[in-house]
Ligand binder design. Structure first.
Ligand code: PLP
Length: 357
């Protein structure tokens, strides 16, 4: 089945096979990686390998630390303002839909001085605001790089000179190259483009760690994870292991981010090209803001959408239902979705349109 689920999402088949092969005996240990101590050499190597691959893939220099945390991206909505606010400086947020809105809510709950500096709420979050006002004196500028629900994505990131950029990259990390220099912190729940659910990747620039208030509870401080290399307490070891395998696949089988980006662009151009060539299906994101990861579209009626989803499933195309908050259809075409999956989807869409149009 081609799995178009938004997350947990499709994983590369070769990764799943390797997990299967190693499941009962990890590298001659006689144990599953799930059973070995997180302080053993076996797990230490898994952790270091995942960190090194993250740094190589994203081109992170020594100023950046790679942490593995729990609580999902949703926990980061709360930890970012808790750890990185700076005196009474405003916390600037761009609101591009559900996940940004939730991040904003968590900062407000803490009584922080939040400013929504740009928003696409006026047109139902179907676009990315063209110009983002940058106040270099703010504590940070927070964006959501890809809006999983609405199917919009930043093509270019804002380029502040001083104020650190913070991004929720849950649904497009490792999908394309970008310059990490303006980023103070990046976070991503692994379960879309990086691995299984249960681990959250946090990339933090070292100078940001100086902001962490001493009085925060230990488990809520980024410094705890940085100082103990994500091993202050028991980490989600199996999820980190699988994430490491996905990163190995990206580097060694897919040719790194340059090649992955090219493939992702091709997949997106194929499906949007088809959407633009006909008028049965209607893409919901404005063309300049279209996501390469989540393609959202509607059919002429909800009855047809229901039939489309049922028949797609019967044809081996799963997970195409839109998010429950917006309805419609959504094809999530993360890194692990091969171009053949997108081609199969388009063929099915053509066939369905010809029978029902
Ligand atoms: N941010 C984005 C962009 C997402 O797509 C999601 C989940 O779909 C989340 C945050 C929430 O992530 P989690 O379930 O890991 O808390």
């Amino acid at each position: 089945i081609f799995n178009f689920n938004p997350g947990p999402a499709m994983l590369p088949l070769s990764v799943l096979k390797q997990v299967q092969e190693e499941l009962l005996d990890y590298k001659g240990s006689g144990m599953s990686i799930m059973e070995v101590s997180h302080r053993s050499k076996w797990f230490e190597d898994v952790l270091q390998d995942a960190i090194a691959r993250t740094k190589r893939l994203l081109g992170l220099d020594d100023r950046f630390r790679v942490l593995f945390m729990q609580g999902g991206a949703s926990m980061q909505f709360c930890l970012v303002p808790m750890n990185l606010a700076l005196g009474d400086k405003p916390l600037d947020y761009v609101d591009t839909g559900t996940w940004s809105t939730k991040a904003i809510k968590e900062a407000k709950i803490q009584g922080k001085k939040v400013r929504v500096v740009a928003s696409s709420e006026d047109r139902e979050y179907t676009y990315i605001p063209e110009s983002i006002p940058i106040d270099e004196d703010a504590a940070f500028l927070h964006i959501t790089s890809n809006n999983t629900i609405r199917g919009t994505q930043f093509r270019e990131f804002p380029r502040p000179k001083k104020v650190p950029l913070i991004s929720d990259m849950s649904s497009d990390i490792f999908s394309r190259r970008f310059d990490p220099a303006p980023f103070g912190l990046i976070y991503a729940g692994a379960q879309k483009n990086a691995g299984p659910a249960g681990v959250t990747l946090v990339i933090v620039r070292e100078d940001m760690l100086e902001r962490v208030p001493a009085g925060l509870p230990t488990m809520l401080k980024y410094t705890t994870y940085a100082e103990k290399n994500s091993l202050y307490n028991t980490p989600p070891s199996f999820a980190i292991y699988v994430t490491g395998l996905v990163l190995r696949w990206l580097e060694e089988e897919m040719g790194g981010l340059e090649h992955m980006e090219k493939t992702n662009r091709e997949k997106a151009e194929l499906i949007y090209g088809y959407l633009d060539s006909q008028d049965f299906y209607r893409g919901t994101a404005e063309p300049a803001s279209r996501s390469w990861m989540n393609v959202t579209f509607r059919l002429p009626s909800e009855e047809l959408e229901k039939a489309f989803l049922e028949q797609a499933q019967q044809n081996g195309l799963g997970g195409l239902k839109g998010h429950r908050s917006v309805g419609g259809c959504r094809a999530s075409i993360y890194n692990a979705m091969p171009i053949e999956g997108v081609q199969a989807l388009i063929e099915f869409m053509k066939d369905f349109a010809s029978k029902n149009g």
